[in-house]
Design a protein around this ligand. Structure first.
Ligand SMILES: [Ca+2]
Ligand SMILES: [Ca+2]
Length: 488
């Protein structure tokens, strides 16, 4: 509610520089599930649902038949923009904690449908939410975010997520999902709207143009055939006309097409560097790791030639190489085949007698002396293999002498070793405004699993995870006109 009121006041204060007002917001801190229902939310299951305990509630309540909200970490709040947990109540549906039996073909649907709100006067409509959507690497659910321009009579796709095993299950069980969603997500497409990956952090996504300037708009998030789905968790939802937070002037833009630039500092704390290609396995002289006797690689488009594959054909999947099997959801990359900066846990540190692999990738020092607001954005695709792994972003305002953390993946609800997360993060960095030597740091660390967790015994090739970063941009606003993002 505070965000909405501040947004309205900004319209008065700074006129055209205020990018818009909130049409809807909810922090779920008032009245629990009953309070949300009284505000116009609907938490609905269709007639095909047989699962018990998978419907939406406002935590810390949970549905009858379920053990409790959240699952794996004990920190059950979803992450805010900097990765730390949200507060108070939050929206959750946890199919994993439910009985989980509504398989592919069941037509079961479970939805949280928002209250109606007006977008009159808007040219564009944006959805923002602190979000944790956990995608089972071998699940078969569809996660869907949709918007309605007619009060909920008809729905338009905003974001479609497919649990990776659904590709195989659709093929073997003859359930045509691809035509239902307009084709499978495209591995390697970098698509932020049709994906095999989950969401972790503050999510910014634009609604279809059709819902702008309409008197009765709604949105809904939910499961379609949620058997073996994990969960949907959201807090601090805001719908307004403000795009994801970024400045009007680009100071740094890096797509790693020519590798990691020499102007970037690439420092291994132990032995492991960031690179634009996977680790080299010295034993097999190939850029891959070995899992259960099979060669695997997080970017299997780059590995296709080695496997004798001409293409990854999701409409005619091969169980031995397609999403089930050795390349299950843990290895499906939405950035596959592209150039990027990659940290991947590997055997090098263990071979060198170092149990921990950590590396810092630093931007060049940026002169932001004339900036009133500073923003960092980057595409991020990551999988955390175990609790030894940390992925964090830091900023230095003294040229790289000292750093403070501005983002973490491990501060809120998270599950290890499922499908990766893939999204674009947008961070506001007020401490960098007006500073003349600003450095951003991507820090990754993890420990290669080894027999009996004995690092001196050598790694067993299991995966501790990977982090892919791409399309890093630093943007600023200068002068007297500011966007208002930092005034909220
Ligand atoms: Ca809350
Ligand atoms: Ca790139």
């Amino acid at each position: 509610m505070k965000r909405m009121l501040m947004g309205l006041s900004l319209v008065v204060l700074v006129g055209p520089f205020a990018c818009g007002q909130a049409f809807f917001s909810d922090d779920f801190n008032t009245g629990g599930t009953a309070g949300a229902l009284s505000r116009g939310w609907e938490f609905v299951e269709n007639e095909f649902v047989t699962e018990v305990g998978s419907n939406f509630v406002i935590a810390p309540e949970w549905p009858a038949g379920q053990d409790g909200p959240g699952g794996s970490t004990g920190i059950i709040h979803p992450p805010t923009a900097d990765g730390t947990p949200s507060d108070g109540g939050f929206l959750i549906a946890d199919s994993d904690a439910g009985s989980g039996s509504d398989d592919i073909g069941s037509k079961a649907e479970i939805w949280a449908i928002s209250p109606k709100f007006s977008t009159m006067g808007a040219n564009e409509v944006w959805f923002h939410a602190d979000t944790e959507i956990e995608v089972n690497n071998n699940g078969e659910c569809l996660f869907l975010l949709q918007a309605s321009a007619d009060g909920g009579n008809t729905w338009l796709p905003v974001w479609i997520c497919v649990e990776p095993e659904r590709v195989i299950d659709s093929f073997t069980k003859g359930v045509d999902t691809a035509s239902m969603i307009g084709g499978w997500p495209e591995i390697g497409s970098g698509s932020l709207t049709k994906t095999f990956a989950g969401i972790h952090g503050r999510w910014h996504i634009q609604f279809p143009q059709a819902v702008a300037n309409k008197p009765e708009v709604r949105f809904r998030i939910g499961f379609y055939e949620p058997a073996d789905a994990w969960w949907i968790v959201m807090d601090n939802i805001v719908v307004d006309s403000k795009p994801a937070p970024q400045g009007s002037k680009t100071v740094l833009s890096e797509d790693f097409k020519n590798g990691i630039p020499s102007t970037w500092k690439n420092t291994p704390a132990k032995t492991q560097k960031w690179d634009t290609r996977p680790l080299w396995d010295e034993e097999f002289n190939e850029p891959m790791k070995w899992i259960g006797g099979f060669p695997v690689h997080i970017d299997f488009i780059k590995m296709a030639a080695l496997w004798g594959l001409e293409k990854i054909d999701l409409d005619n999947p091969d169980e031995t190489v397609n999403p089930k099997g050795i390349t299950d959801g843990r290895w499906i990359l939405m950035l596959a085949g592209q150039e990027y900066a990659l940290w991947q846990e590997g055997p090098i540190a263990v071979e060198a007698g170092q149990p921990s692999e950590a590396a810092d990738l630093d931007t060049p020092a940026l002169n932001l002396a004339s900036a009133k607001e500073v923003f960092l954005q980057f595409d991020s695709e990551m999988l955390r293999g175990d609790n030894s792994v940390f992925y964090d972003v830091y900023v230095s305002v003294d040229g790289g002498s000292t750093f403070s953390r501005i983002f973490t993946y491990t501060g809120a609800l998270l599950d290890n070793e499922e499908a990766p997360y893939f999204m674009r993060h947008y961070l506001e960095v007020p401490q960098a405004a007006g500073k003349n030597a600003v450095v951003f740091r991507f820090h990754a660390e993890g420990q290669d699993p080894s027999p009996n967790n004995d690092p001196t015994a050598g790694g067993n090739g299991n995966m501790a995870g990977f982090w892919v970063v791409d399309n890093v941009k630093v943007t600023v606003n200068e002068g007297t006109g500011v966007s208002g993002w930092m005034l909220q």
